[in-house]
Design a protein around this ligand. Structure first.
Ligand code: S3P
Length: 430
């Protein structure tokens, strides 16, 4: 565990930055490139630890993946280009790699074993293993397949299914769409609430057929995809830290360029607007595959709001930084229907409540969210990332408004999605 003394007692942030590439889209670009025929070029790929785990797994599966300057080139040979790996596929800390890759492996005719770190070993996999078994896959793992290590027997042809998701999860949806692309017949996934649709967009971008009707997504089976070029937008989940920092620090103005503005991900912007933030959005016009634009945020007076329902999947990864935002808003912010936070890289309800309380926030954890009462001044303490990148970055922003020293335990977790987070933050401090 490494310790870092964070930057504290700051009064304004000022400047322009481009946050690194989107994590969800970077993972998918590698996976879709790997199972397609022909060359795929990925620009603005996120070189964070999670996406590097995806590259490493697909290299072990026999796919040639090369880095040329800032681009990644994937030399796909179609689904059959994937070969039985001679060693374990290690996903590191990455839930997206685990769940999406299981959907690919379920349809392949070979044996493979998936393992990850201590956090991955605690994350539920039944949500993908059970429906994959319904499709005919043979999958075993710890506690009847709910936890890694997980072994995929391979070799049984997949049958299509119609499946209603019990939880709103883009990872589960994407896993089943990847399996569905290899199955016989049409697979339909029904979502309780819309979740990020990067997989749907990507299937079409790689020349695949897919139809979406309200909350029903249908893919044809036995589809071959074709390699393409992908420009990964900046990650709105990374941009969120600077949006919130600018909103809560006096005299601040931060301009974020090339931010992904996919409507299934922009819940953070809706929340900022509802709380009274000074925010402007300028959409770029020449985008096709995923919308992008420039987001400018300035300091303003904020008020507490309720965050619940359909909004939750549109900002699920931003809830830790939204909790910090709420500590600087007048009145109560109530976060509900967010029980999924308990099964992220760490239990984010407990971790956020514990660490922000240590800094002086008034925050009450609940069964499915939290209640935060603001506005409260924050003070220095030693805090922990709980090995979770998003908790680490949230605390990196919190310390800016703490009067005295904040030390972060486990700051290396930030590598997962934003290796240069502190350098970018430093560049905005004048
Ligand atoms: C992701 C989906 C979300 C999100 C995760 C990335 C994805 O997880 O929290 O960071 O890339 O599909 P769930 O699908 O489990 O909600």
């Amino acid at each position: 565990m490494e310790y870092k003394e964070l930057i504290c007692n700051q009064h304004n942030l000022f400047g322009t930055i481009s946050v690194p590439g989107d994590k969800s889209i970077s993972h998918r670009a590698i996976m879709f490139g790997a199972v397609s025929r022909g060359e795929t070029i990925v620009r603005n790929f996120l070189f964070g630890a999670d996406c590097l785990s995806t590259i490493s797994c697909f290299r072990k599966l026999g796919v040639r993946i090369e880095q040329e300057q800032n681009e990644i080139k994937i030399y796909g040979e179609g689904w059959n280009g994937l070969k039985e790996p001679s060693s374990i596929l290690d996903v590191g800390n990455s839930g997206t790699t685990t769940r999406l890759m299981l959907g690919i492996l379920a349809g392949r005719p070979f044996h493979s074993v998936v393992i990850g770190d201590d956090s991955i070993a605690k994350r539920p996999m039944n949500r993908v293993v059970l429906p994959l078994r319904k499709m005919g896959a043979t999958i075993n793992g710890r506690e009847k397949g709910n936890y890694t290590p997980i072994a995929i027997q391979g070799g049984s042809p997949l049958k299509s299914i119609t499946y209603e998701l019990p939880v709103a999860s883009a990872q589960v949806k994407s896993c089943l769409l990847l399996a569905g692309l290899q199955a016989d017949g049409e697979t339909t996934i029904i979502e309780p609430t819309a979740t990020r649709d990067h997989t749907e967009r990507m299937i079409q971008h790689f020349g695949g057929e897919l139809s979406v009707q309200n909350n029903r997504i249908t893919v044809k089976g036995n589809q071959q995809l074709t390699g393409t070029t992908i420009d990964v937008p900046g990650d709105i989940s990374s941009a969120a830290y600077f949006m919130v920092a600018a909103a809560i620090m006096e005299n601040s103005e931060v301009i974020l360029k090339n931010v992904g503005l996919n409507p299934t991900r922009t819940g953070i912007i809706d929340v900022l607007i509802k709380m009274g933030a000074d925010i402007t959005i300028e959409k770029d016009t020449n985008t096709s595959f995923e919308p992008v634009g420039t987001v400018t945020v300035r300091n303003s007076t904020l008020k507490g709001i309720e965050i619940s329902g359909d909004l939750i999947p549109r900002l699920i990864d931003e809830l830790p930084i939204i909790a910090l935002l709420a500590t600087q808003a007048d009145g109560k912010t109530i976060i509900k229907n967010a029980e999924e936070l308990k099964v992220k890289e760490t239990n984010r309800i407990d971790a956020v409540a514990k660490e922000l309380s240590r800094l002086g926030a008034n925050i009450l954890p609940t069964d499915d969210g939290m209640i935060i009462t603001g506005k409260t001044p924050l003070h220095g303490e030693t805090v922990s990332s709980h090995g979770d990148h998003r908790i680490g970055m949230m605390l990196g922003i919190a310390s800016l408004i703490c009067k005295d020293k904040v030390t972060l335990e486990g700051y290396e977790a930030i590598e997962v999605s934003y290796p240069n987070f502190f350098e970018d933050l430093q560049s905005l401090i004048k």
